[in-house]
Design a protein around this ligand. Structure first.
Ligand SMILES: Cc1ncc(COP(=O)(O)O)c(C=O)c1O
Length: 397
């Protein structure tokens, strides 16, 4: 339900038109499965609102289920975890060098350092706050995105070591991120692994002794044990998407995206549907109107391929995805207003999955999850084992 406080003190409770139901038991299960595949500690990647799943609920569930660390990209996300009372180690990794890092240092948030300019800014914050900053030096081993190049690495290490000796920082971690598939034998990952080992050796030779080295995300966690080092950083796998195609490790999709039919109509053969009439009903059929569109994260680019689950069967999305609505061709199925519509779910009954939507839209599940709009209510199913209860309501999905 959506609760809206009225200006005059009144309030309304409205049923949601769409909701993302997040099964915290699946998050707990996935955390345990992933933690069980490695000797390394697990950092749960909860950036971008835990890939749209709700970062506090996911963070608490993951920590209660075997994760030791949390990973985010911004100080704002890291501080929100601290404000919520989460004390676990948090690494934040994407910053501009002109940020004031004081709040993160004061809140004991570990900061990634990718350049001398970033190091200087963190050192300045540590001096201001009067507290040593914990940093993870990032080396670019081949993704060519964030991190110091191999050429700049020795200089960054030397300066960081100097600041460590002066008590302003502790180099707690050395890390990098992979560009490849995570499949055993992928030469891209192999080359990065060799560069990472060289960077680690350089750091140790120049006097650093980091507590954790880390390189692997979901795919390498599943596919390449030699990349695990001391810490692994799964994101998408936590949410139940198998990171290696054809190599299931028994993950459970955590999110179900559902809506309901708000109007049905019978139309004759030849009826054009939605803007441009890209879809024309081939025979007389029933159309079901579903109040979700691209403003809710239903990708416009999936039109022509996408299907949804109504009444125990898949049906095609007819015509274009519009901002707030889709039309579904349900044929002769006796669909009624109020019937449940699953856009994606676990897939075990035949309903579409987030992986299907990613394929239909020509993207990855990460983008589908993070694109789910603010109008979509998040609802949480609690952990069923009774170890923790992360949500109040239970709904059938
Ligand atoms: C630095 C870093 N580590 C780990 C992850 C998690 O990756 P994945 O979702 O493939 O597990 C991400 C996600 O984008 C990332 O940016």
């Amino acid at each position: 339900m959506i609760n809206i406080g009225g200006a005059s003190g009144g309030a309304w409770t409205l049923p949601p038109l769409a909701e993302a139901v997040v099964d915290l038991d699946a998050i707990a299960h996935n955390t345990r499965v992933l933690a069980g595949r490695t000797e390394a500690d697990l950092l749960a990647v909860v950036k971008a609102d835990a890939f749209g799943h709700g970062f506090l609920e996911v963070a608490r569930t993951a920590l209660a289920s075997g994760a030791r660390w949390l990973g985010v990209t911004s100080q704002a996300e890291a501080l929100a975890l601290r404000v919520a009372g989460i004390e676990a180690p948090v690494l934040s990794w994407l910053h501009a060098p002109d940020e004031d890092f004081g709040p993160a240092v004061a809140a004991r948030v570990d900061l990634s350092v990718a350049s001398v300019a970033h190091l200087d800014a963190v050192v300045a914050a540590a001096e201001r706050v009067g507290r040593r900053a914990d940093v993870h030096l990032k080396v670019d081993t081949g993704l060519s995105r964030n991190g110091a190049t191999e050429d700049d690495w020795p200089e960054l290490v030397r300066l960081a070591h100097g600041q460590e000796a002066a008590g302003r920082v502790r180099v707690r971690g050395i890390w990098s991120h992979l560009a490849g598939s995570g499949l055993p034998g992928d030469p891209l990952d192999g080359a990065q692994l060799r560069r990472f080992n060289r960077a680690l050796a350089t750091a140790r030779r120049l006097g650093l002794n980091p507590e954790v080295a880390h390189l692997a995300g979901s795919a390498a966690l599943v596919g390449r044990p030699e990349t695990h080092f001391d810490l692994v950083r799964p994101g998408i796998a936590l949410y139940g998407v198998e990171p290696l195609p054809g190599r299931s490790v028994g993950l459970r999709p955590a999110m179900t995206l559902r809506s309901r039919v708000i109007l049905t109509k019978r139309v004759p053969a030849g009826t054009g549907i939605a803007y441009g009439h890209d879809y024309v009903a081939p025979v007389a059929t029933t159309l079901a109107l579903v109040p979700v569109g691209y403003a809710d994260g239903v990708p416009r680019s999936a039109a022509g391929r996408a299907e949804v689950w109504i009444g125990g069967r898949r049906h095609p999305v007819a015509g274009r995805v519009t901002m707030d609505q889709i039309v579904v061709d349900v044929g002769d199925l006796p669909v009624r207003t109020g019937d449940e519509v699953l856009l994606f779910g676990r897939g075990d009954r035949g309903e579409p999955t987030v992986v299907d939507w990613a394929r239909w839209a020509g993207t990855n599940p990460h983008e589908i999850f993070t694109g789910i709009g603010a109008r979509v209510i998040r609802r949480y199913l609690p952990i069923r084992s009774g170890r923790r209860s992360g949500g109040r309501e239970r709904v059938r999905v």
